[in-house]
Write a protein of this length. Structure first.
Length: 354
């Protein structure tokens, strides 16, 4: 029974590796190699990926007595991390595709529609496509409406080219201009290269969006600023590579502590992180922050021959009392400052220390 279960699990992992695809900084071939390593570890109790064979098991012959040495928590962590990376990559690709398709068709429509008849036809096609985009229609439906709009505009472009070749030159310039704007917007939304969290530019945009949305809807929202305590000591004592490792692990703790799709976690700068929590009251934000404090207190970071431990300070501000997004940010930053000045390893919200 146990062998059958192991074989089935290995078969599932092999299938996953067979159909792996490139992610941001991870090639499909690398993913497949890692999965193959875990399959061997499961079936034959060989060292898990990243570990050398132990002296007593240099052959890796898969002795059944080594079953207890299979690293199930490690496998679970690997699978969870890979699925999160895949989900983040696919979600961003879908959002980017919707934006590019919508802007592309609308820009073309504005350039091409000169007379009343063309304008009516183009605006009708664009309206259908915008409805599909804003209604989060499936990609198949979105592709069909986009193809219809593009075909319509292509026909108009062919007719126009016979009447006025000069307009095509203008269209080419507009397309190059739009492509540059889209590329610039995409670069601004890139992730932080070290932690793979959203960067400061993305945070600034999201903060404004959530502020305006929640002000209009009346929904509660909280902004949480997180700072690693005495981080400079780590860099000074163990070097910047150790500090980078600490920041990566702290980023993972933040992502795991705020798993909702609406939770927005970003690297604000240096050792400071920001979390935007929609539809969240102060009392709920405090509970989440206390959980993050406990997780980080229990965190043990291995670096070379050292085991590093850290604590964090947290400042929380609710949206209600903030007249502008900048005021909201300043309120949470002030709460963080109070947390650090009152002893660190704690959270402060609206003047109350917890």
């Amino acid at each position: 029974m146990e062998r059958t279960a192991l074989d089935q699990l290995a078969a599932v992992l092999k299938t996953w590796g067979q159909y792996a695809f490139d992610l941001d900084e991870i090639k499909a071939s690398s993913i497949n190699e890692q999965i193959d390593g875990w399959v061997r570890h499961i079936l034959m109790a060989t060292p898990r990926p990243g570990l050398e064979p132990a002296p007593e098991d240099e052959t890796g012959d898969g002795d059944p007595e080594l079953t207890a040495r299979r690293d199930w928590p490690g496998l679970n962590a690997f699978v969870s991390r890979l699925r999160r990376n895949e989900q983040s990559y696919v979600n961003r690709q879908i959002v980017g595709t919707r934006q590019v398709m919508g802007d592309f068709v609308q820009t073309l429509g504005r350039v091409l529609a000169e007379d009343q008849e063309e304008q009516t036809r183009v605006l009708s096609a664009i309206g259908h496509m915008r409805t599909a985009i804003e209604g989060n229609a499936p990609i198949e439906t979105l592709s069909e409406t986009a193809l219809h709009a593009i075909n319509l505009i292509t026909d108009i472009a062919k007719e126009r080219s016979r009447r006025n070749q000069g307009l095509l030159n203008e269209l080419t310039g507009k397309l190059h201009e739009m492509r540059g704007e889209l590329d610039a917007a995409q670069r601004e939304m890139e992730l932080d290269p070290l932690t793979r969290l959203y960067n400061r530019k993305a945070f600034d945009i999201q903060l404004e969006r959530v502020f305006e949305l929640c002000k209009l809807s009346g929904q509660p929202a909280c902004l949480m600023m997180v700072d690693a305590d005495h981080f400079k000591r780590i860099n000074d004592t163990f070097g910047h590579p150790a500090g980078d490792q600490v920041l990566k692990r702290l980023a993972n703790c933040c992502v795991q502590s705020f798993p909702r799709r609406t939770d927005f976690v970003a690297r604000y700068g240096g050792e400071e992180f920001a979390v935007v929590l929609q539809d969240t009251t102060t009392s709920t934000a405090v509970q989440l922050a206390e959980r993050l404090l406990d997780v980080v207190r229990d965190l043990e970071i291995e670096y070379e021959q050292e085991r590093l431990r850290i604590t964090i300070s947290i400042g929380i501000a609710e949206l209600n009392a903030s007249p502008t997004a900048s005021d909201w940010l300043q309120a949470s930053d002030k709460a963080l400052y109070q947390a650090k000045n009152s002893g660190r390893d704690r959270l402060v919200t609206q003047g109350l220390t917890v």
